[in-house]
Structure formats: structure tokens, C-alpha cells
Design a protein around this ligand. Structure first.
Ligand code: SAH
Ligand code: SF4
Ligand code: F3S
Length: 492
């Protein structure tokens, strides 16, 4: 997903050992104990860590950014590719070495790897104290207490209802401007390569009322952008009957109609014209024209769609069980261009070297990229995951060198396309939202335009959270550079 997956083969496509993870920040409110959380994988996992921090905070724990200070260390893990799991195993070994000198420290594995491996991590490998899957975080304080008394524990129960709707996430690593809101959990698709349906369980949508309330609260606290998160946001669906059978009395302001994703987008967009709305991930089989028209109707819904194609070849797409073909995908892109115009950003995920993929079929992915002209992509080579449909049905028969070479070709193509697309922005006036300092210089700030591209501007007179009208003056394949024209123009 998008913003969603952060791991190194996006960049290098190889087995480099670098990691991309987030840790908790220091928050000292005088509580007796401290947790340290290291989070891997997609944005939804990072979002879950904020729920975990909230649950633990209620139960007497502050957060720390230094695991040496922590009473409890959590690794919130990802199983999407083999390398993601290997990274976590290396970290676990490291934490265990530390624990030898500090036996009172509790080590917990959370997230997708916990769900996939369950008690294996406890029984066979004996390297953790608690193992807790994505739907069981309310049980964490109990399990940690028991572990502190020497009782190791596992809870990997997957729920059909849990959405943590009532839990106010503790914003970790926050810039105070942009935040993520989970709108659904799980996934009901069965893409043959993918482990997510097994680690995250059945798809369920969260009460729209609680989503809007969370967006409103963030806005009141100064946030200016929310990203609505789900594995397949277009299948968001909430109805009072289905989702809320137990409730007898309707509360004031409660939603009574069926709410689909387009409706939800509109509800969040109406919080304020000053609150930008983004979302991820869209599934090509489910994205509707109604969503595209809603995006068009609201200036504050960003014109950017992450629409992972995975492959440009219809036979491979069928083996992947993506349930669309090349033609369907191209038609969806046509609708985006017709309704939202050429400037709408489109990005993708691509998998190189899926089972039985021929050279010609790989070429179809490259020509697909040329046709769509993706602004950027997250690119991977296929990594077989135990228990998935592909692992059961197909042979992982493309040699690693071939996978890597195909991936390198895809990355090279994307590099050219990103540069081409960025050049089209040079000379244009755009609105950006300032969200941080530039990696390269303290004198420069970075913001993003509606199409989700980073624009670097001089920091003079600006602060985080400002909307700035800029003229794009230059670009690299990854970044735009802008000149400030106006600070906080009227948007309402
Ligand atoms: N729900 C999102 C994807 C979530 S996983 C969607 O349907 O688009 C994020 C990305 O990881 C996928 O889009 C896919 O490109 C990649 N991925 C998933 N499983 C993989 C595997 N077994 N090997 C390589 N890449 C994989
Ligand atoms: Fe995985 Fe497919 Fe679900 Fe995305 S839509 S999470 S790729 S099964
Ligand atoms: Fe996300 Fe990785 Fe799980 S991508 S849903 S943390 S397998």
C-alpha cells in the first residue's frame, strides 16, 4: 500500500539488510512503567501501534524511545515478504541478548507475524514472552501482567467485529499536521500471493460516526490532513443493521443509512475545507465512479489514487486472483483521467517474477506502466508466503536472478516515468501543506501537493501546518522544488 508498505526492497529490490521501522517517542506522564514499540510493515500496522500505546497508557505505561529504559518491548511485525520476517527475527535475537542482562524485561511480538506463527514463537523458539495478534490488543495488559508473573501467553483470536472504534489512538512520531485513521480491518480478497487475509482476518468496517469524530478531534487539535486506511477502502460498507445489531436506542447524530466509501469520504471532507483528506488502498476491481465524482466535488479531497496493478498481464493477474484484467484496469485509469484530469496522481504496487511469468508477460507490466504513467510505485519481487493460495497451487519457479533483473527493469522504468511526470509540474502553481523539514537542509521545509508529491520550499516565514501556494520551479525524479507565492490563502 502506498504509503503503506515501507521496506527496503522498494528501493533496492535486493536482500539488503536495511530496515525501515518506527519506534515510540518519549512520553513521560509519571506512570510507573514504560513500553517501547518498534513497528514494521504497512501504515495500518503503524496505526495499530498507536492503539496499543493507548491501551497500555490506560493501564499504567508511558512510552519511551530507548528500549534499554523499557519494562516492556513490543515488536509490531509484518509477514508480507520473507525478508520482513527475517528482519524481525534479527531484532528479536538482539532484544534477547539484552534480556540476558535484564531478565525482568518483557518481550512481546504483535501484528501479522504473531498471527501467522502463533505459539510457535513461544514454544519452539522460546524467544518471546507474549504473542498477540492484530485483533487481540485489548488483552495486552492482562497478558503482560501474567508474563511478569512468569506466565507466558498467546492470544491470536481473529475477530469479525473488532475495529477498536472506541479507542483514541496515542499519536506516535507525529508531526502534528498529518494523521492516519483506520476505517476498516482485515481483507476478504484472496489474492493468491498475499498473506494478509490470514494474518488480519475478515474484512469489517468501522462505524462512520467514530471515524468522523476522530477526524474532527484531529482537526480541533491542529491537524490538517487525514489519510483513511484500509486494505481495500472501496469495499468499505457500514449499515446500522449489520454492524450494530446490539444497539437498541439511536443516539443523536448517529448514522442510520448504509454508508459506502464515497459517502464516508464526503462525510470526512465536510469536517472542514481546511482538512485535507487522503485514502489508501484502492482496489481496481472496486473503485467506483461515485468515489471519483466525490473526489472531484471536494477541493480538500486530494487528487491522488494508489491503485496497485501488481502485473500488466491478464493471465498473470488471473493466477494472482486479482479478479480484473489488463483491459479493466486501463478502463479504470481512463475513468480517473476523464473525471479528475491528467494532474491526478496515480501510483501502484508491482510484483516481478510471479510464478510462471514469462518474459513477454513481464514486458506487459512495463507497457502498462508506460500507458498509465505512474507518478511512483512500490516495487517488489515475488516472495512465496507459506499457506497462501499461490504457495499451495503454483511453483515458485522464476529464479531469483531473473526476478531481480525484471524488478530492476521495472524500477528503471518507474524512475523515468516519475521524472517525466514531475517535469510536467514545473512552471505550475500548486497548493501544498507544510508537514516537516527537508531531509537535506534545516533552512527548507517540505510539503505535499494534492497529487501526493513532495515539494521543497524555503522555510522563511513558514511553519508546520501552513497551506502554501507555490510555483514549481524545478524537479528531480523524486521531488519538486517550489517558490512561495502566498501563505495560507483563503480556502473556505
Ligand atoms: N491491499 C493492498 C496491498 C497490501 S500488501 C492491495 O490490494 O493493493 C502491499 C503490497 O505488497 C501488495 O500490493 C503487493 O504488491 C506486495 N506483496 C504482497 N504480497 C507479496 C508477496 N508475497 N511477494 C511480493 N510482494 C508482495
Ligand atoms: Fe492482500 Fe489482495 Fe487483500 Fe490487498 S486486496 S491485502 S493484496 S489479499
Ligand atoms: Fe501490513 Fe505487513 Fe500485515 S503489510 S497487514 S503488517 S503483513
Amino acid at each position: 500500500m502506498n504509503d503503506l508498505i515501507k521496506d527496503i526492497d522498494i528501493i533496492t529490490g535486493d536482500e539488503a539488510q536495511a530496515v525501515d521501522y518506527k519506534t515510540t517517542v518519549e512520553e513521560n506522564t509519571g506512570k510507573a512503567k514504560k513500553i517501547y514499540i518498534e513497528s514494521y510493515g504497512c501504515q495500518m500496522n503503524f496505526s495499530d501501534s498507536e492503539i496499543v500505546a493507548s491501551i497500555m497508557k490506560e493501564n499504567g505505561y508511558d512510552t519511551t524511545s530507548d528500549f534499554q529504559q523499557a519494562d516492556v518491548v513490543f515488536l509490531n511485525t509484518c509477514s508480507i515478504r520473507e525478508k520482513a520476517e527475517q528482519t524481525v527475527r534479527n531484532r528479536l535475537n538482539h532484544f534477547n541478548a539484552v534480556k540476558k542482562h535484564k531478565p525482568e524485561m518483557t518481550i512481546g511480538v504483535l501484528g501479522c507475524m504473531a498471527e501467522r506463527l502463533k505459539d510457535k514463537l513461544l514454544e519452539e523458539e522460546k524467544i518471546v514472552d507474549v504473542v498477540v495478534g492484530p485483533d487481540a490488543y485489548r488483552d495486552l495488559p492482562n497478558l503482560v501482567n501474567a508474563a511478569e508473573d512468569g506466565q507466558k501467553g498467546v492470544n491470536t483470536f481473529l475477530s469479525r467485529e473488532e475495529t477498536y472504534a472506541d479507542i483514541a489512538p496515542v499519536r506516535l512520531n507525529s508531526n502534528g499536521v498529518t494523521a492516519f485513521i483506520s476505517i476498516m480491518r482485515g481483507c476478504d480478497n484472496m489474492c493468491s500471493f498475499c498473506v494478509v487475509p490470514f494474518t488480519r482476518g475478515r474484512e469489517r468496517s468501522r462505524d462512520p460516526h467514530s471515524i468522523v469524530a476522530e477526524a474532527q478531534d484531529l482537526f480541533n487539535r491542529g491537524y490538517r490532513e487525514v489519510t483513511l486506511l484500509g486494505q481495500n477502502v472501496d469495499s468499505y460498507k457500514w449499515s446500522p443493521e449489520e454492524n450494530n445489531k446490539a444497539r437498541l436506542n439511536k443516539k443523536e447524530g448517529e448514522v442510520t443509512e448504509v454508508v459506502n466509501f464515497a459517502n464516508l469520504l464526503e462525510m470526512v471532507a465536510q469536517v472542514s475545507p481546511l482538512l485535507r483528506v487522503r485514502f489508501s488502498t484502492s482496489h481496481p476491481k472496486d473503485i467506483t465512479d461515485e468515489v471519483l465524482y466525490t473526489m472531484k466535488k471536494y477541493e480538500n479531497i486530494c487528487k491522488y489514487i494508489h491503485l496497485p496493478v501488481q502485473s500488466g498481464n491478464s493471465r498473470v493477474l488471473e493466477l494472482m486472483n486479482r479478479t480484473y484484467d489488463r483491459e479493466w484496469y486501463l478502463n479504470r485509469v481512463k475513468a480517473i483521467r476523464e473525471i479528475l484530469g491528467e494532474e491526478c496522481g496515480i501510483s501502484s504496487d508491482m510484483i516481478a517474477g510471479f510464478c510462471t511469468e514469462t518474459e513477454e508477460e513481464h514486458q506487459d507490466t512495463l507497457t502498462m506502466m508506460d500507458l498509465v504513467k505512474y507518478d511512483f510505485s512500490y516495487m517488489f519481487f515475488y516472495s512465496e508466503r507459506p499457506g497462501t493460495l499461490a504457495a499451495k497451487k503454483y511453483e515458485d519457479d522464476i529464479p531469483l536472478e531473473v526476478k531481480k533483473r525484471r524488478l530492476a527493469e521495472i524500477i528503471e522504468k518507474q524512475h523515468q516515468l516519475s521524472f517525466e511526470r514531475n517535469k510536467l509540474d514545473v512552471g505550475k502553481e500548486q497548493l501544498i501543506l507544510i508537514e516537516g523539514t527537508s531531509k537535506k537542509s534545516q533552512q527548507e521545509l517540505k510539503g505535499r501537493n494534492s497529487a501526493n508529491k513532495v515539494v521543497i520550499v524555503s522555510a522563511e516565514g513558514l511553519k508546520l501546518g501552513d497551506y502554501v501556494k507555490v510555483k514549481v520551479t524545478d524537479c528531480s525524479p523524486a521531488t519538486l522544488f517550489g517558490e512561495v507565492l502566498e501563505i495560507n490563502p483563503a480556502l473556505a
